[in-house]
Design a protein around this ligand. Structure first.
Ligand code: FAD
Ligand code: FES
Ligand code: FES
Length: 1308
């Protein structure tokens, strides 16, 4: 911007900016030009909430400051002129003291990796500051974080932290925390919470100097203050200039290509006429620049409350705070945006006023939507008018919306709004609007309206109307799930009109008479069975190291490391072809884009090095495609530019020419791989042995299911911090790399091999990782290596911060697979033999895929199959290489077992739970299947957990209640399911070092990486315990003196992988060994001092030891005993769900989990792992579609189409118990792992859903009329993974409402 300075404040500090590219976002500015790094870039599209800040605006007329949260990744810097910004570190920090929000997040164990936490804190702060006089209610507190993504915690502890601020909270309902002890009185509990006083803690600064800042007027950014001024600007703009009107700029979250495309920006968010809301007897007029949040408030105060309620489901609160109603409508009008608002306003018969040149034109909304696109046309939408409704009983207005997450930031599959005037079942008038179904815009179903008007409603009339509607709803050819969307539209029409028929002309718009659903986390409980523990502070629920620091945003991730002025930035160009020769790489128009420095390919790898980007024991993977690309998504080149934005833009502009002549067809399915015998070798070590004689087992069977087949999909990690690395070239051919990696040792080795330099020339540093889940193990290596290569070659620091789209395209994710099986069983449900064939899609590189057969077959053996044989092929395809994602292979193996059990039960018409029970292992059969890994008989705690959960979850009683519910309700069906897990893990060699400094403080290094799983916390506890054995006076305070520091691959070698659930315990054992050495070394000094004075403090002891030159640094490499390095983990989960047959939506009403952690090293950390893993499992089983197109390119490329669970999709009642089982003598202080196994328990949700669908299908059969079996039939079906809404609806019946009416018509 040129002209006047831009002036604003961040955390009270004044910023004046003289010249800025108007496409600069607030996030860019904050991260690059201020020390405030709490604003994180998670998606850049408004979909995650990691970038939230508070915006305070001064209104001179009322002399008041208004504030709310906004997404800094979408807000343009110029639009905050005169505003004050507060980030999470502005609320509180290490220096000025943490805000109670930060302290409570820490104390409720609500931060794991910490990447989402500052954004969560801002969301809560915003809700608190906007709450009315009575303060926040529990329900508002829960909703405050709706739409914010967290991939680690499973949300429950975050909700507790939020609820602790609610005025109506029952403090006893809040979960495990560090503030109070079991048995404390309510009063004591309240007192122990970090105090919160709105007067003191809800004060964001609004500096005086900002009150006089006037709207800036520059050449490229102008802020008109009246419609007249706006008109002048529009008229005076050069005809050739591209001009953009801006309000909240949230549209760029969806239309990312808009970024940087315009010559001029006109900020219409401060035009008073466009900000007014006027209500009178004719209706309501809303200025186009009014934010959706303000529209909602205005509608709530009128009789448009249902519209307001619907609008509360748009985006999330921070989006609605800046998104304008006009921006939404213009996006719908000009760019086919699937707008809810257009649908609502069509049904309300709204009109708009448009400034067109010198004239103001009024048009009905549908005319406006049909007019030529207004973006780039210099027309301006000024206001919207909704006519008033008379308040009479005959008037009906309802809105509908089916979205993957009901209020968690998700566009709907279909939205609908219906207005009708009905007297005695006679439709006098109706307006039926539908949107988001994949048509060009929201429409009115006028043909249906005409058909219904003047008719008396009956089953036949409604049936006919629905038939007409099916013909009208025509999703475009690229729309996903077109038939589902049609079925939804029809379902909504049915929901609206049907009750009028059966209810004599009255309706509340819903078809089932059941109680309304619970709010989203209505209750939860965490039980930690405690036992006397002798290793204090090990075993205590110590708060996670650095949790408050993470909440305030001061915790430093790789991208937060201040960059040097000469730092360059890289972005990958990836292939869009699965198998092709690369002929050339250039840029669009043959112009080198702004800022580009270099484009590196495999040819830039030093002559002495190798084109290697990753390695595992199964072989290396290339850094870049050489002459041939082997999958869509493969790295072809790295563009290096002066800024990350320029690098990303340049990578987008890259044009790659391919040649597929004389090449074989790519292998894009596992079936192709079989045909072409394209497999990766699997070493016998990773290929378990069969059990028993399957032929014999099959002969014993009374019944068999043969050649049953199903498939399992992939899953993307969705770590909140994308892949990132920073490389700094150093003297003498050395390079230092900061990498967000779960395997720095391997990153190190790959870099050295790629550059052709000795390993001692490389140093890799990892402090913390913003979520990994396996995705930052192998897949972090090429990112760090490319960075190192660029830094080495260009002699400049180079950083790569992958944008979410590239990350999703290159990540590979979990292994999809096809499973075929034969199973034999007795008529009592006892399985006698199981024979499996599995085709695993491993993608193009081996990665760690050859371990999959072993990983799958581990948990799959949880049942006594009698005899078990299998043929597992790891297929090499031309798809992105798949890698280990949390519980890799294990979650599939465990699920496969359940799918088989379900199928057996269904074929015998038995309860699946009965079949499970009868096939659970005895200890003898466990030994037969797991051999020595089973451990001792008393270690086999699964039967105990199974029974215990039966009681605590009231499994039987609830099973009966589910049956009763299903009998009473037509359109909602419930299912309940109990699932056991047996999960094998393996300990691995891990190093550690403990050093005691002169002041008695202790510094600890471990091989394991802190990825949010609480490794540092457990390690710290272990060191405190280990050094506490010196028995110094006050040694119980030792924990305060210990700091675990970042991994440095030259400081501590052989760090290995942080994976497989055991790294925390391995690291703990390594430091325990170090402590044993140190205590031994200190003993003589201690004894001497004790003899002299009778008591010794830690400080005195260390002073003396230094004086005596005792070696106070000890290191150890923990190497587990071969015979006991593998062990089994057990857990059981019960889930109850409710399926809406009309929409296919599944709500998880309740989940109960019981998990055996041995003697937990830290119950708070382990509970966090259990809950977080379970919710990630819900994502895998129920929500997350991660698919590839016909060329193998990943389809889902961001938060718009990849939906991980949000707070509204977790179980409404969530009960978790970790049991404290006996002494596990071969384990680290008797503890057991918790990181991955609980993910497997989420299969209980899937199985419960299957059971509910089964009920729906049985019911549907009973409606069959003469036309036979249209749509669904029978209870024999496979429920795919993930069981998304379209999948569930498809199985419940895409024509269920029609069938139901047909049944009524034919008298059923
Ligand atoms: C994460 C996210 C989730 C969302 N979820 C939903 C949802 O569930 N349902 C839904 O309906 N919408 C949803 N939206 C869309 C959201 O409502 C729109 O992005 C928003 O309303 C646009 O308003 P804005 O002020 O930010 O517009 P801007 O981004 O500033 O502008 C959008 C476009 O409209 C033009 N424009 C703006 N105002 C005018 C005007 N008065 N006259 C002429 N042209 C104008 C601009 O030039 C630009 O081309 C979501 C958006 C995001 C980012
Ligand atoms: S980074 Fe802004 S919402 Fe994700
Ligand atoms: S703690 Fe929320 S994403 Fe890691």
């Amino acid at each position: 911007m040129e002209g006047k300075d831009l002036e604003f404040a961040v955390n009270g500090e004044r910023f004046k900016v003289n010249s800025v590219d108007p496409s600069t976002t607030l996030l860019d500015f904050l991260r690059l030009n201020t020390p405030f790094k709490s604003v994180k870039l998670g998606c850049g599209e408004g979909g995650c909430g990691a970038c939230l800040v508070m915006l305070s605006k001064y209104d001179p007329e009322s002399d008041q400051v208004k504030e709310h949260s906004i997404n800094s990744c979408l807000t343009l810097l110029c639009s905050v002129n005169g505003c004050s910004i507060t980030t999470s570190e502005g609320l509180g920090n290490t220096k000025k003291g943490f805000h109670p929000i930060h302290s409570r997040f820490a104390g409720f164990h609500a931060s794991q990796c910490g990447f989402c936490t500052p954004g969560m804190c801002i969301s809560l702060y915003s809700a608190l500051s906007n709450s009315s006089g009575g303060g926040l209610t529990v329900s508002e507190a829960e909703k405050s974080i709706a739409g914010n993504l967290c991939r680690c915690t499973g949300y429950r502890p975050i909700v507790d932290a939020c609820k602790s601020f609610a005025a109506d909270v029952d403090i006893e309902d809040l979960g495990l925390n560090s503030f109070w002890k079991k048995g404390d009185s309510k009063e004591a509990m309240l007192k122990s919470l970090p105090p919160y006083n709105p007067k003191e803690h809800l004060v964001t600064t609004f500096p005086e100097f900002l009150k006089n800042v006037h709207n800036g007027l520059g050449y490229r950014w102008t802020t008109p203050c009246s419609v007249t001024e706006l008109r002048t600007i529009m008229e005076s703009a050069n005809a050739g200039d591209s001009l953009k009107l801006v309000v909240g700029n949230t549209g760029t979250g969806y239309y990312k290509d808009d970024e940087g495309r315009f010559d001029r920006y006109v900020d219409i968010s401060r035009v008073p006429e466009m900000l007014t809301i006027k209500r009178d007897e004719n209706g309501i007029e809303i200025g186009a620049s009014v934010t959706i949040s303000n529209v909602i408030d205005a509608l709530k105060e009128s009789n448009f409350k249902k519209m307001a309620a619907h609008m509360e489901k748009i985006g999330n609160r921070s989006i609605r705070n800046s998104a304008s109603i006009g921006g939404n409508l213009v996006m719908a009008q000009s760019r086919k945006f699937p707008s809810d608002i257009a649908t609502l306003l069509l049904a309300a018969d709204a009109s708009v006023h448009v400034l067109n040149g010198g004239k103001i034109e009024k048009a009905k909304l549908h005319e406006f939507l049909d007019s030529p696109p207004m973006v780039d046309s210099r027309r301006v939408l000024l206001k919207v008018e909704i006519p008033a409704w008379t308040d009479d009983a005959e008037l009906l207005f309802e809105t509908y919306r089916a979205a993957p997450r009901s209020i968690g930031n998700a566009l709907p599959y279909v939205s609908a709004a219906f207005f009708a005037r009905v007297s005695h079942q006679m439709v006098d008038e109706c307006l039926l609007a539908f949107g988001s179904y994949g048509g060009d815009r929201s429409i009115r179903a006028t043909e249906v309206e005409r058909f219904l008007t003047g008719k008396s409603l009956s089953y036949r009339v409604l049936h006919e109307a629905m038939g007409l509607l099916r013909g009208i709803i025509a999703p475009g050819k690229d729309t996903s799930h077109p038939e589902y969307r049609k079925a939804l539209a029809v379902g909504f029409l049915f929901e609206f009109f049907y009750p009028l028929i059966d209810n004599n002309g009255r309706s509340n718009g819903h078809v089932d008479p059941t109680e309304s659903l619970l709010p989203f986390l209505s209750s939860s409980q965490q039980v930690v069975e405690s036992d006397e523990f002798h290793f204090q502070p090990v075993g205590e629920a110590v708060v996670k190291v650095g949790a408050a620091l993470q909440a305030s945003g001061e915790a430093v991730f790789v991208d937060d490391i201040p960059t040097l002025p000469d730092c360059l930035h890289g972005a990958f160009i990836y292939s869009t072809e699965p198998l092709a020769k690369i002929k050339s790489i250039s840029f669009s128009g043959n112009l080198t884009p702004t800022g580009v420095f270099a484009v590196l390919t495999f040819k830039d790898v030093p002559i002495q090095g190798q084109n290697i980007g990753s390695k595992t024991v199964f072989g290396p993977g290339p850094l870049f495609a050489d002459e041939l690309t082997r999958c869509a998504g493969q790295r072809i080149a790295l563009v290096v530019a002066d800024t990350q934005k320029h690098a990303d833009r340049a990578a987008k502009l890259a044009v790659v020419e391919y040649d597929t002549n004389n090449l074989e067809e790519p292998i894009l399915t596992v079936e192709d791989a079989v045909k072409r015998s394209s497999f990766f070798d699997v070493h016998p070590m990773f290929y378990p042995e069969p059990v028993g004689d399957v032929l014999e087992g099959m002969q014993e069977a009374d019944r068999k299911i043969l050649l049953a087949e199903f498939r399992l999909g992939s899953q993307y990690f969705f770590y909140m911090e994308p892949q990132t690395a920073l490389a700094l070239p150093d003297e003498d051919n050395c390079v230092k790399v900061f990498s967000s990696s779960q395997a720095p040792e391997y990153v190190h080795s790959v870099i050295a091999t790629c550059l052709g330099i000795p390993e001692h020339n490389v140093r890799v540093i990892t402090r913390r990782v913003g979520g990994g889940f396996g995705g930052k193990a192998i897949k972090s290596m090429p990112v760090a290596t490319a960075c190192a290569l660029a830094a080495h070659k260009l002699h400049r620091p180079v950083k790569i911060y992958l944008n979410r789209k590239t990350d999703m395209i290159m990540a590979g994710g979990r292994h999809p697979m096809k499973v075929t099986y034969n199973v034999g069983f007795g008529s009592d449900g006892k399985v006698t033999a199981l024979e499996l064939t599995m085709l695993i899609d491993a993608g193009t590189e081996p990665d760690v895929s050859p371990i999959l057969p072993r990983n799958i077959m581990g948990p799959l053996r949880k049942y006594d199959w009698g005899a078990l044989s299998f043929d597992v092929k790891v297929c090499k395809t031309n798809l992105p290489s798949r890698t280990a994602m949390r519980a890799p292979g294990e979650v599939q193996g465990s699920y496969i077992a359940e799918a088989i059990i379900e199928n057996v039960a269904s074929s015998l018409q038995m309860e699946a739970d009965e079949v499970r029970k009868i096939n659970l292992h005895s200890y003898d059969s466990l030994r037969k299947f797991y051999k020595h890994i089973s451990g001792e008989a008393e270690d086999y705690t699964l039967p105990l957990l199974w029974d215990k959960l039966e009681i605590s979850s009231e499994f039987e009683k609830r099973g009966e209640m589910v049956k009763e519910f299903n009998m009473r309700n037509v359109w909602r069906k419930r299912g309940i399911s109990r699932v056991p897990i047996v999960h094998q893990v393996m300990q691995r060699p891990t190093p550690g070092r403990v050093s005691i400094l002169g002041d008695g403080s202790v510094v600890v290094e471990v091989g394991g990486i802190e990825i949010g799983q609480g490794l540092w916390t457990k390690v710290k506890q272990m060191v405190a315990y280990g050094l506490g054995l010196t028995k110094c006076t006050g040694s119980d305070e030792l924990i305060e003196r210990i700091r675990v520091v970042q991994a440095d691959t030259l400081g501590l070698i052989q760090g290995g992988f942080t994976a497989g659930s055991t790294t925390s315990e391995n690291s703990c054992e390594a430091v325990r060994l170090c402590c044993v050495t140190l205590v031994e070394r200190l003993k003589p000094t201690m004894d001497q001092m004790m003899e002299k004075s009778g008591s010794v403090t830690w400080y005195m002891l260390i002073q003396q030891a230094y004086a005596q030159s005792v070696n106070l640094s000890a290191s150890a490499l923990f190497t587990p005993e071969f015979s006991s390095m593998e062990y089994l983990n057990y857990g059981v989960g019960v889930s109850e769900v409710e399926v809406d047959i009309i929409t296919g939506k599944t709500e998880i009403l309740r989940s109960d989990i019981i998990y055996d952690c041995g003697k937990s090293l830290n119950p708070a950390v382990d509970l966090g792992q259990v809950e977080g893993a379970f919710v990630q499992g819900i994502g895998f089983f129920m929500m997350e579609e991660y698919t590839t197109d016909e060329k193998g390119l990943v389809v889902q490329q961001g938060t718009w189409d990849y939906k991980i669970p949000t707070v509204d999709t977790i179980p409404k009642q969530f009960y978790v118990e970790i049991v404290n089982t006996g002494h596990h003598k071969n384990r680290v202080l008797s503890s057991k792992a918790s990181g991955e196994p609980p993910l497997l328990l989420a299969a209980s949700v899937h199985c419960a859903t299957r059971s509910a669908i089964s009920e729906a299908r049985k019911q549907s059969l009973s409606w069959n009329c003469n036309d036979g079996n249209r749509d669904v039939s029978g209870t024999d079906f496979e429920l795919p993974v993930p069981a998304t809404m379209p999948v569930v609806k498809g199985l419940c019946g895409l024509y269920s409402v029609e069938k139901y009416l047909e049944g009524k018509i034919c008298g059923k």
